[in-house]
Design a protein around this ligand. Structure first.
Ligand code: 5RP
Length: 291
């Protein structure tokens, strides 16, 4: 057992050096099965290695919050600009047209208004995920939350056991407990725990020192957008995250709560895939928003 009393901070992150792998564009997936690679390739563009995931799963814990009152009206028109849609099975079946051909990262733990209270021990049936033809399953992890950490890690572990049998990737979603400091040390810990317990993708938050978080995570890291920011700041967040090693964004509120959601997601897409700076992205946003 590792000796926790002699925990030495990591210092050698090999910054600037890509993880050693030869012939697959998704980090850490080289030794996976064909089906797993195919699904990952639907999410992460083989040419850029990046992804813009559109997250609209908030209602499963927050109800019909701003921008998600009517997903058919607000989100469905944006799907054509996204590389992947992250939603719950209830929304997928009831609102998302099945002919849109969008890869789905399905929220696969249960949600309640008590936040972590149910996510930690309810995982959807793998057969339902297969019926829905999902490209990935997303499961929350509450690292550092005494009451929930072990149960959420067990949930992720179960998800990986079930999903990998069918070549379905699992995304570990790192939730931030109220008492947690949002720094590189914490996100480094949470992302690594997710990856080492089998997650194929990890979703986390951008922070100072993010390049170390991304470098030390052996699978792709995508960042959540978090609370709504002014568009320019949200694009700056995307730019910095990509520059510091993120493989994409899994963004919700900063897209669907924007004054011009379609313009915003296209600008995010250009920053993530075409390497636009945040300034160029913002110009693009303004131009598109005027149309
Ligand atoms: C909710 C989630 C959201 O999908 C995630 O937070 C991304 O959305 P946003 O960019 O609005 O933060 O995991 O549990």
């Amino acid at each position: 057992m590792a000796d926790l009393d002699d925990l030495r901070e990591g210092a050698d992150f090999g910054l600037g050096m890509a993880q050693v792998q030869t012939n697959f564009h998704v980090k850490g997936a080289e030794n996976q099965s064909w089906g797993m690679k195919d699904r990952l390739s639907r999410i992460f563009n083989p040419e850029t290695g990046k992804s813009v995931m559109l997250a609209c799963d908030h209602g499963f814990i927050m109800g019909p919050t701003s921008g998600l009152e009517r997903i058919d009206l607000s989100i469905v028109p944006l799907i054509k600009y996204a590389d992947c849609l992250m939603c719950t099975r209830g929304i997928l079946r009831s609102v998302i047209p099945a002919n849109m051909n969008i890869p789905v990262c399905l929220r696969s733990d249960a949600g309640t208004s008590l936040l972590t209270a149910l996510n930690d021990n309810v995982l959807m049936d793998i057969e339902d995920a297969i019926r829905l033809n999902v490209s990935a399953m997303a499961v929350m992890l509450a690292i550092g939350e005494a009451e929930h950490e072990a149960k959420t890690v067990a949930n992720l572990y179960r998800a990986v056991d079930k999903a990998s049998r069918y070549g379905i990737p699992v995304m570990g979603v790192t939730a931030v407990g109220k008492q947690m400091v949002r720094d590189a040390r914490y996100f480094g810990l949470a992302t690594r725990i997710a990856a080492e317990n089998g997650a194929n993708i990890v979703k986390t938050y951008y922070c100072e020192g993010f390049e170390k978080v991304a470098a030390a995570c052996p699978v792709p890291v995508v960042i959540a957008g978090g609370k709504k920011l002014p568009e320019k700041e949200a694009l700056e967040l995307c730019y910095k995250a990509i520059n510091d090693g993120a493989a994409g964004v899994d963004m919700g509120r900063n897209v669907f709560q924007s004054d011009a959601p379609a313009a915003m997601i296209q600008a995010v897409h250009a920053v993530v895939h075409q390497g636009l700076t945040s300034g160029q992205g913002f110009e693009m946003y303004r131009d598109l928003a005027k149309k």
